[in-house]
Design a protein around this ligand. Structure first.
Ligand code: ADP
Length: 434
């Protein structure tokens, strides 16, 4: 329990001290001198404690107070108590600030705390990465001195923060950033910056996709429509005309059908949930079936097609999706190899991996095209690919299927020498058949 200094107790002590001094001094008839001496001793005693306090507060780094006497001990204890209380409060405050900063660091957005003068109070690591701020060097700097984009300056001057500002940053790779100012407290602002590059890319992909599909369908539809318009209603075309337009119309309709089928296959894969990796796929059986299909496709091409299949090699995954990947690669090799070519399809074990590859000695593909082959609707030669009934979606489907099976497509190609398309999957261990 803390005792307050009482005026009465102090007065009592002073009276006692000086009475005792006067009494003792009066024995030698020097009462006044004795009282003066007592006053001096009292003054020195107080100075001694003042000095102790000064040393404790400013020079010693210790928290525990020095040992004092009477009222001074009480003052030391009081200061000690207040110091402890303020240290505890400071620690609590620091903990709170740390928790707030940890929370702000964990956010997936860049956060900058700004004062009413737009100067930086604090920023998280993502802000340093996304808008190139440096912490703590940029503390106190105005944000518009560091983000120098004219649109940002205008946005800040207008102070209309209902809509977010979208900017393309060039200091990293092409980054699309969304800036949002949120007012809080007394004219303070939180600047929240979000990386929306992926969102914008997806939006662009969606727009391109719709444009591509419309374009792909428009061409055959225009051809068929043109022929149909040439024919008068109720009037049948003559034999020569029919011979000419029938194969073209049939060809264009087949193209549309192939495109719609590929689109359906792609959307089916995209819409289906995660691949069930507990289902065993009998790949050798699947490839046998695809071998027959390849022979019939090859009828007017005259390629030599060789299948080298490990009959024991099975994997886990989705049968439909893997069939689509195998089939697209085999069909492409047949389609894009000039007549009389050599194609080798292989399904072999390599350590713990099951490796599928299709090699052909066709025309090959130039390096600048190779990296773009798996993009939707990408074709090396638009006209040739269309002539072979290609939609440009085959390899996009393969890529998608493989990413769902934790694999990826490897393409090696040399113009004039041929191409190799391969991928590997986790092989199932061989089960001994007794
Ligand atoms: P498509 O439906 O047009 O065949 P793909 O996505 O399957 O679309 O293939 C994309 C492009 O890659 C094709 O247009 C073709 O130019 C090229 N390509 C694919 N496979 C081969 C191959 N084995 N040899 C040469 N070029 C190929």
């Amino acid at each position: 329990m803390r005792l307050l200094l009482s005026k009465r107790a102090i007065l009592f002590r002073i009276v006692c001290l000086f009475s005792a001094a006067a009494l003792i001094g009066s024995i030698w008839n020097h009462a006044t001198e004795a009282m003066l001496l007592a006053a001096s001793v009292l003054l020195l005693w107080h100075y001694k404690h003042l000095f102790m306090m000064d040393r404790w507060l400013w020079r010693d780094r210790k928290l525990t107070p020095p040992n004092g006497w009477w009222s001074w001990q009480q003052i030391f204890d009081g200061v000690y108590y207040q110091q402890r209380k303020s240290r505890r409060k400071q620690k609590e405050l620091q903990d709170r600030i740390r928790r707030f900063r940890d929370g702000a660091e964990a956010l997936p957005e860049a956060i900058v705390v700004l004062s009413d003068e737009w100067s930086i109070v604090w920023c998280n690591k993502l802000a340093q990465l996304l808008i190139g701020l440096r912490w703590p060097q940029d503390e106190g700097q105005r944000i518009d001195n560091l983000v120098r984009h004219p649109a940002f300056q205008k946005y800040l001057n207008n102070q209309d923060f209902k809509e977010a500002l979208v900017l393309t940053a060039h200091h990293l790779e092409e980054l699309v950033l969304e800036f949002r100012f949120v007012p809080y407290g007394e004219s303070q602002y939180l600047l929240i910056v979000r990386d929306i590059t992926q969102l914008k890319q997806l939006e662009q992909i969606r727009k391109d996709f719709v444009a591509n599909v419309s374009h792909e369908l428009r061409t055959p539809l225009t051809v068929v429509q043109g022929y149909l318009e040439m024919l008068e209603p109720g009037q049948l075309p003559d034999e020569a005309m029919w011979q000419k337009i029938h194969p073209v119309m049939l060809d264009q309709t087949l193209r549309m059908q192939a495109l719609v089928q590929q689109l359906l296959a792609l959307s089916r894969i995209e819409a289906s949930g995660p691949v069930q990796h507990d289902r065993t796929v009998n790949v050798p059986g699947l490839l046998q079936y695809l071998q027959q299909e390849a022979q019939s496709l090859n009828r007017d091409k005259g390629h030599t097609i060789e299948f080298i299949i490990d009959e024991q090699l099975v994997v886990k995954g989705s049968e439909d999706e893997l069939r689509s990947a195998f089939s697209n690669l085999i069909t492409n090799a047949i389609k894009y190899t000039p007549p009389g070519g050599e194609i080798k399809v292989s399904w072999q074990r390599q350590h713990h991996k099951a490796v599928f590859s299709v090699n052909d000695n066709g025309e090959g593909i130039a390096p600048k095209h190779v990296k773009r082959l798996t993009e939707r609707f990408y074709r090396v030669d638009q006209a040739r690919s269309r002539a072979t009934g290609g939609s440009g979606l085959g390899l996009a489907i393969v890529k998608h299927v493989l990413s769902r099976h934790n694999s990826r497509l490897l393409i090696f190609s040399e113009p004039g020498a041929g191409s190799s398309f391969s991928f590997s999957l986790a092989a199932e261990p061989v089960t001994s058949q007794d």
